[in-house]
Design a protein around this ligand. Structure first.
Ligand code: UDX
Length: 452
C-alpha cells in the first residue's frame, strides 16, 4: 500500500478485539499484546470469560466484555481439569461470543471507529466460525513457540510414519523428521484433537502473531510460513515492551524481592512450574530434600493447587525450615519477571512453559528443565539440545536433583551455557530496537491491522 494511502487509513482509529484463553500462560501474552497495540493507537476491547479473568480495574485503558461461561468462579485450574474446563468453555461460549460481537459491531457502526479484526487464541475451536459469520477478519495469537507448532502440524505425517501409539521402549529414539526431538517429546494421542484444532484455527486465520523472535526460531517460523498463506508476525519477547504483571491471576509475593536482596549475585536457584502443573507429594518431598542438600540458596514457588489433594507447603518435613534457614524461601506466587531479572538469581528450575522459557532467555538465566505436559517437552528439548542453554533433569530423586542443581549453578559445567544464553539475551534486546527483527515485525503488523 502506498504511503499516503496508509497515512489516510491511519487517521481512522480502529478497534481490535482480543479473545484470550483463560489460562495464565495464555492470558499474560494476550494482555501484553493489548498493551502493545494500544500504544500503537488502536482501541482495544478484551473479550474474556468470567472464569479466571484478571482484574479489569488494572487496565483502565482497555474496554472489557465478559462472556457468561457457566463455570464455577474462583476454582483452581490444574492440568488435571484442563480438558473439562476447555470443553465447557468451547460449548458454553459460542452464543455469548455471538451476542458480544453483534453488540460490539453495532456500536462500532455508529461511533466512527471501525473494528479491524478479532485476535483470538487458536485453541478456541469456535472463534473462527463465529467471526466468519459476521464477516469479521480474524487473526490468532500463538502464545507458545513456533517449534512446537511445527510438531503439531506434523502430527498427521508422524502418525502415518508409525510413531503412535507411543511406545515406552522407543522413548529415547530420535525423531529424524523433526530434529532434535525424541520419541518421548511427542504428545500422546489423547492430546491430538485439541492440537489439530489449534493448527486448523491458526491456518484458517488471516495472520499469526507470535511471542517469539527470529533470532531464536527462524527455521520454525519459515517452516510454518510455507504452510500459511497469510503473514506471520514474530514480535516477541512481548513482555519487554512494557513491564506489567497486572495480568497475573494470583497475587505475587513481593517479599521474594527483599529476600533476594540479601543473597549474593548469581547464587539463587529460582524454582517454579508455572500455573497449572501438578506434582505428587513424593515428588514434592524429593524436591525439598534435593534443594536442601544442594546447599544452594533457592526461591521456590509452591502454588496453591501444585498438588491435587493437599496444601504442599504444609507437607514439608519436620525441622525443614531450621535445616534450610535463610538459604531457602518458599512463596505461593512470585513476581517472576522481577525475580528473573534480579542479580542474585543464577538459575531457573522450570517446567519449560513457553512464557517462562522466553522470560528466562531475556534475563540470561540458564535453566534446569523438568517438562510436564503440552509443549513443555518440546521446549525443553530445544533449550537443552538445540540452543544449549539448559540442562535436563532426568530423574526426580533427591540425589539426582542435588547433582543437577550443582551442575547448573557451579561455574565450571555451566560456563558455556551461560555464554550462549547471554548472547540470546543480547539478541532479544536488540530485536526490539529500531531496525531489529521484532520491531520491524510490529511495524508490519500495525500496517496490516490498519489495512484489514
Ligand atoms: C501454560 C503451559 O504450561 C505452557 O507450556 C504453554 O506454553 C502456555 O500455557 P504455564 O504452565 O502457566 O502456561 O507456564 P508459562 O507459559 O511459563 O506461563 C506462566 C506465566 O506465569 C509466566 O509469564 C510467569 O512469569 C508467570 N508466573 C509464574 C508468575 O508471574 N509467578 C509465578 O510464581 C509463576
Amino acid at each position: 500500500m502506498e504511503g499516503e494511502e496508509m497515512s489516510q487509513l491511519r487517521k481512522v482509529r480502529r478497534k481490535i478485539l482480543l479473545f484470550p484463553l483463560p489460562l495464565q500462560g495464555h492470558v499474560i501474552p494476550m494482555f501484553n499484546l493489548a498493551n502493545i497495540l494500544h500504544s500503537k493507537g488502536f482501541s482495544i476491547i478484551l473479550i474474556h470469560t468470567r472464569y479466571n479473568s484478571p482484574d479489569p480495574t488494572h487496565f483502565p485503558h482497555l474496554t472489557f466484555h465478559f462472556l457468561e461461561d457457566g463455570l464455577p468462579q474462583n476454582s483452581r485450574l490444574t492440568s488435571n481439569d484442563l480438558t473439562t474446563v476447555l470443553s465447557a468453555i468451547q460449548s458454553n461460549c459460542v452464543q455469548p461470543l455471538q451476542d458480544c460481537l453483534s453488540q460490539i459491531l453495532s456500536a462500532a457502526a455508529t461511533d466512527q471507529e471501525p473494528v479491524a479484526c478479532l485476535i483470538s487464541d487458536p485453541m478456541y475451536s469456535f472463534a473462527g466460525s463465529v467471526a466468519q459469520s459476521f464477516n469479521l477478519p480474524r487473526m490468532v495469537l500463538r502464545t507458545g513457540g513456533m517449534s512446537a507448532f511445527v510438531l503439531y502440524d506434523s502430527l498427521p505425517m508422524l502418525r502415518q510414519n508409525g510413531y503412535f501409539p507411543l511406545q515406552v521402549a522407543k522413548f529415547d529414539e530420535p525423531v529424524p523428521e523433526l530434529p532434535p526431538l525424541k520419541v518421548k517429546d511427542l504428545p500422546p494421542e489423547v492430546q491430538h484433537g485439541i492440537l489439530a484444532t489449534t493448527v486448523k484455527e491458526t491456518k484458517n486465520s488471516q495472520g499469526v502473531i507470535c511471542n517469539t523472535l527470529e533470532e531464536l526460531e527462524d527455521y520454525a517460523i519459515a517452516t510454518v510460513q510455507q504452510s500459511i498463506p497469510y503473514p506471520i508476525f514474530p514480535i516477541g519477547p512481548m513482555h519487554k515492551y512494557s513491564q506489567t504483571s497486572a495480568a497475573s491471576i494470583l497475587q505475587p509475593d513481593h517479599t521474594s524481592l527483599s529476600w533476594l536482596n540479601t543473597q549474593p549475585p548469581k547464587t539463587v536457584l529460582y524454582v517454579s512450574f508455572g500455573s497449572i502443573a501438578v506434582i505428587s507429594e513424593t515428588e514434592f518431598l524429593e524436591m525439598a530434600w534435593g534443594l536442601a542438600n544442594s546447599r544452594q540458596p533457592f526461591l521456590w514457588v509452591v502454588r496453591p493447587g501444585l498438588s491435587k489433594d493437599s496444601e504442599l507447603s504444609e507437607m514439608l518435613p519436620v525441622g525443614y525450615s531450621q535445616i534450610v534457614g535463610e538459604r531457602g524461601k518458599i512463596v505461593k506466587w512470585a513476581p517472576q519477571l522481577e525475580v528473573l531479572s534480579h542479580p542474585a538469581v543464577g538459575g531457573f528450575w522450570t517446567h519449560c512453559g513457553w512464557n517462562s522459557t522466553v522470560e528466562s532467555i531475556c534475563e540470561g538465566v540458564p535453566m534446569l528443565c523438568l517438562p510436564f505436559f503440552a509443549d513443555q517437552a518440546i521446549n525443553a528439548r530445544h533449550i537443552c539440545d538445540n540452543w544449549k542453554i539448559g540442562l535436563r533433569l532426568e530423574k526426580k530423586t533427591r540425589e539426582n536433583i542435588e547433582s543437577a542443581i550443582t551442575k547448573l549453578m557451579a561455574d565450571g559445567d555451566s560456563a558455556e551455557m551461560r555464554i550462549r544464553i547471554t548472547a540470546f539475551k543480547e539478541k532479544a534486546k536488540l530485536c526490539l530496537q529500531k531496525d531489529g527483527s521484532s520491531y520491524e515485525s510490529l511495524e508490519r503488523l500495525t500496517n496490516y491491522l490498519t489495512s484489514l
